[in-house]
Write a protein that binds this ligand. Structure first.
Ligand SMILES: Cc1cc2nc3c(=O)[nH]c(=O)nc-3n(C[C@H](O)[C@H](O)[C@H](O)COP(=O)(O)O)c2cc1C
Length: 313
């Protein structure tokens, strides 16, 4: 036995050697990052949302920097499931890290069809449902904000796949807990949160949106970390599922905040654009920290936030 701390975590039946994952849409199809990061060190890789058909995505302007964050509207640009399986998946045969494929759709049938295709791929370990996609049958309302639709979606996907199913929740709801409870009841293995809340930025000279015709975009980066932590903390107290924290993680200390709030793993997103090696830096830092502080495994940190409400004098 090596005296090294145990950084491993379980997400359903999936065993990860450490809790640091990539966030969908910020790590391409992983090969783009192979020169920066030893991909075999990662806990898991989550790839860009895949849809049934290829998508060209939004018009320019697609992104703009805002205070402590990024406002972006990529419009689910991706190669589509067929090309993903043919051209992108073979790359993963050269690495061992578990692969989670994030999927998006315009109808429940599309999600189910994608889940069926992915279920046949031995190299894929899990499916993450991006439920922040517009549901065309409900006038564009996102799947993840309507409890009935979410229930049906998770239930139907669960029926067609034995892979680990992770539901990625949006913070754009009054209370995120009932949605996480639905995921648990319908057999999801985990929930990940948060997807990007929607925001706006205005160019005061032109009096137009800084995202051009797209008008709005998802807000990501450190600006959303407090919201993400709050959502994670609430969901961890509502469900008995592994919770994967996402939102504004830029260093090891940020990841610790999520573990202390109750997350069992985290995904790193926007910060990959600033430091493409950030995932590896966090993983190496985590091991050093655990050794220095005599932490044998991550459960010693998980969910240890103080919860007392301060007394009003
Ligand atoms: C450029 C960009 C593209 C994204 N694309 C997707 C996507 O395709 N599917 C998805 O579920 N989330 C997508 N996201 C959201 C991220 O996975 C993540 O939930 C969000 O960025 C918050 O994490 P962060 O603050 O660490 O970036 C995208 C985010 C960014 C910045």
């Amino acid at each position: 036995m090596s005296g090294l701390p145990d950084r491993s975590v379980n997400i359903g039946r999936l065993h990860l050697k450490n809790p640091i994952m990539t966030a969908s849409g910020t790590f391409g199809y992983a090969e783009e990052y192979a020169t920066f990061v030893d991909l075999n060190l990662l806990g898991a890789i989550v790839v860009k949302s895949i849809t049934l058909k290829p998508r060209v995505g939004s018009y320019p302007h697609r992104s703009t920097e805002v205070a402590s964050g990024l406002l972006a509207t990529i419009g689910l640009q991706n190669v589509g499931i067929e090309r993903f399986l043919q051209d992108k998946l073979p790359f993963f045969e050269s690495i061992q890290t578990p692969l989670i494929v994030n999927i998006g759709g315009e109808s429940i049938e599309e999600y189910v069809s994608l889940a069926r295709s992915i279920d046949q791929q031995a190299r894929v370990h899990g499916i993450e449902l991006n439920v922040s996609c517009p549901n065309v049958r409900r006038g564009g309302m996102h799947f993840g904000v309507d409890p009935e639709v979410l229930r049906e979606l998770v239930s139907q996907v669960r029926q067609v796949t034995g892979k680990v199913v992770i539901v990625k929740l949006s913070p754009m709801v009054t209370d995120i807990r009932p949605l996480a409870e639905i995921c648990q009841r319908q057999g999801a293995d985990a929930v990940s949160l948060i997807n990007a809340p929607i925001g706006m930025a205005v160019d005061i000279k032109t009096r137009r949106s800084r995202l051009g015709k797209n008008l709005t975009g998802g807000l990501t980066g450190p600006a959303i970390k407090p919201i993400a932590l709050y959502c994670v903390w609430r969901v961890c107290r509502a469900v008995d599922l592994p919770v994967i924290g996402i939102g504004g993680i830029s260093c090891l200390e940020d990841a610790f905040e999520f573990f202390i709030a109750g997350a069992c793993a985290v995904q790193v997103g926007t910060w990959n654009f600033i430091n493409p090696r950030i995932t590896q830096d966090i993983i190496e830092g985590l091991e050093r920290y655990m050794v220095e502080h005599h932490i044998k495994n991550l459960s010693e940190l998980r969910g240890t936030s103080a919860e007392q409400v301060p007394k009003v004098r």
